[in-house]
Design a protein around this ligand. Sequence first.
Ligand SMILES: *[C@@H]1O[C@H](CO)[C@@H](O)[C@H](O)[C@H]1NC(C)=O
Ligand SMILES: *[C@@H]1O[C@H](CO)[C@@H](O)[C@H](O)[C@H]1NC(C)=O
Length: 281
Amino acid sequence: MLFSSPNTSHFFFLFTALALWFATNRFRSSYGLNQESALSRRPWVDDREHAFIAPGPEDARSPCPALNTLANHGYINRSGKEISESSLVSSLTSIYRLSTPLAELLVEGGIGTCGHKIERWLSLDALAAHDVIEHDASLVHDNTPLGAAFAPINVNWTLVDDLTAAYPDGLGITHLAEARVKRELMLGDERRPQLDFVHGEIAHGEAAMTWLLMKDAKDVVRTETIRHWFGRETFPDSYVIPDEEVTLWKARGISTKIGDTMIKLKEELLFETKKTALNLD
Ligand SMILES: *[C@@H]1O[C@H](CO)[C@@H](O)[C@H](O)[C@H]1NC(C)=O
Ligand SMILES: *[C@@H]1O[C@H](CO)[C@@H](O)[C@H](O)[C@H]1NC(C)=O
């Protein structure tokens, strides 16, 4: 009855056509959006302003691959000098998708310990101040020469090669814990003091951030990622700006997991050593 008159059916037709037109437009624009976001999720690929440029002799860099990569791609000033708090927070949230509270906490920590506390900026090289945030037993950096105030900034490629050779299928959480334990044991071999509690926490916190930021779909950090991000300090080919934020809670959860695994591994090693010493086998 309602659609029996030619007029009403005409309206119905128009309405349906309009709805379909809206729908196709919505699909088309969401398709367009997806395409756009796929591109903008690796914006450094097409944008010459954000292409990789290795630092020059005057540029300041840190022992932190995450920040150096941001500088090498111009997401913070390529000079690495006097980087403002807001520039640090906005690049950490937009490129690595750290949540704002996590980014603010890290930047606050960096500026509070190594930066200009009144003008609120940080030069990357200041982060190399030994035993402030920086610590020995880094996965790919040499230890600070005994007595020196600043840690070496350059990556040690022997350490990169050793790390990737030891884990050809990539590093999951347990592998990262194991790699950290190995590096901390090397301190003893070199007759250096062990990491204190705070620097131990920082060290496996960094390993947790590495995993959270750089893991692939199989939940491992690929060797290619280690070579690109830790080594050359550029974005690995597999890296896209993630959809999901890395929150404080996630970071804390994974850091605890790595820390607990490290304690377990160290206990096992100690047990093995005692067994060997007592000839129990
Ligand atoms: C980057 O830093 C350099 C040296 O500190 C400065 O001369 C330049 O103006 C800065 N560039 C921007 C875009 O802030
Ligand atoms: C790099 O690390 C390896 C392994 O610890 C070490 O033997 C070597 O001396 C280091 N290279 C440099 C240039 O410090």
